[in-house]
Each structure stands twice: as structure tokens, then as C-alpha cells.
Design a protein around this ligand. Sequence first.
Ligand SMILES: C[S@@+](CC[C@H](N)C(=O)[O-])C[C@H]1O[C@@H](n2cnc3c(N)ncnc32)[C@H](O)[C@@H]1O
Length: 187
Amino acid sequence: MPTAGWWEALWPDPAAVLALAGLKHGTDVIDLCSGDGWFTLQIAKIANRVIAIDIDSALLEVARHRLTEGGITNCEFIAGDAYQLGMLTSRSADFVFMANAFHGVPDRPRLASAVRAALKPKGLFAIVNWHQRPREETTILGEPRGPRTDLRLSPKQTVSDVESGNLKLLQLVEIPPYHYGAIFQRQ
Ligand SMILES: C[S@@+](CC[C@H](N)C(=O)[O-])C[C@H]1O[C@@H](n2cnc3c(N)ncnc32)[C@H](O)[C@@H]1O
């Protein structure tokens, strides 16, 4: 998880990113690999209910603190591995959001299958990824930021991996300056 400062500079308006990703009011959402809750807080303001899942319980505690400070009461925090999504949640979701984490998943079709199983019919899986640009070019506050160049995924690779998990691409969106969103639907 990045240190504070440049993350906020990169994502000054997380609610706008969520709107681009297709988040709708009143839905049941899973924020997968939620980190310190920068997006979770905004999701909770829009959603009916949110489950924030991350493998790092210390980051979940930061998220819990952030949401408590924000007066949020509709979010549950679960420490666990994203592959085990089905065992971590008992209710299916309308929308699974995964930002800045898909590139780090070793078996992406497996993860996509786990997400599919956690979605309601017609539910959405929205991935926000760094564009496949050299890391030296993605500067924030004067420094190169983001994952190593060789870890970054093209939209084509992302679509192929997720569709292997039996979800269908609905839309690709640009999220300036350095990201794109890929939105998939359970048929
Ligand atoms: C770069 S952070 C992104 C956090 C958040 N989504 C955001 O964009 O602000 C990546 C997160 O993925 C989590 N993560 C990595 N592997 C995971 C796994 N196997 N299961 C669940 N979370 C994982 C890390 O702990 C970290 O919080």
C-alpha cells in the first residue's frame, strides 16, 4: 500500500472514479483488496452496504478508522485472501470493485471465477488498473509511481484473463492520468 501523500494527489476525487466504474446508489458492494479504505469510504457513501476485504489486517484497521471518522456504519471489514472470496462472504454482491491490485494477482482467471461466484446475476466486476506505460512516465509529485513496468497489464490482457473466469466485458473507460477501468458483467 502506498504511503499517504502521493496517493491522495493521484486520486483527489475517488467518487468520480467510482461513477466511471459504474457504481450505483443503493447496491451491495465488495471492495476487494481495499487497502486503507481510500475508495471504501466513498463506496460506503453511495452503496447500501459494503464489505471491505484485504489480506493485510493492519490496513483494514486503518480503513476501519477512516470510515468510523467519516460516520460510516454500513461497512464490514474482513481480513482474508481474495481467492477465498466465496468463503469470506455469505451474501452475493451487485458490484465488486478492485482498484490497483489486479496486476498483482498470480492466477487472474481463478480470481475472476471467485468474483463471478460472489456476484448476483447481472452483477458487475470493475477493475481499475495502471496503464501499461513505463513506470518512469507515471510521475506523481515529481516521482515515478505505481507498480513495476513489467507487472502492468494491458486492457487486452485484463479482458482475456477476466473473460476466462466467465465474466463478460461491458465497457472500458479511461481514468486519467494513468489508469483505465474494465467493467465486466456476470451473465
Ligand atoms: C496498492 S493497494 C490498493 C488498495 C486500494 N484498492 C486502493 O486502490 O486504494 C493493494 C492492496 O491489495 C491487498 N492484497 C494483496 N494481495 C491480496 C490478496 N491475496 N487478498 C486480498 N488482498 C490482497 C494489499 O494488502 C493492498 O492493500
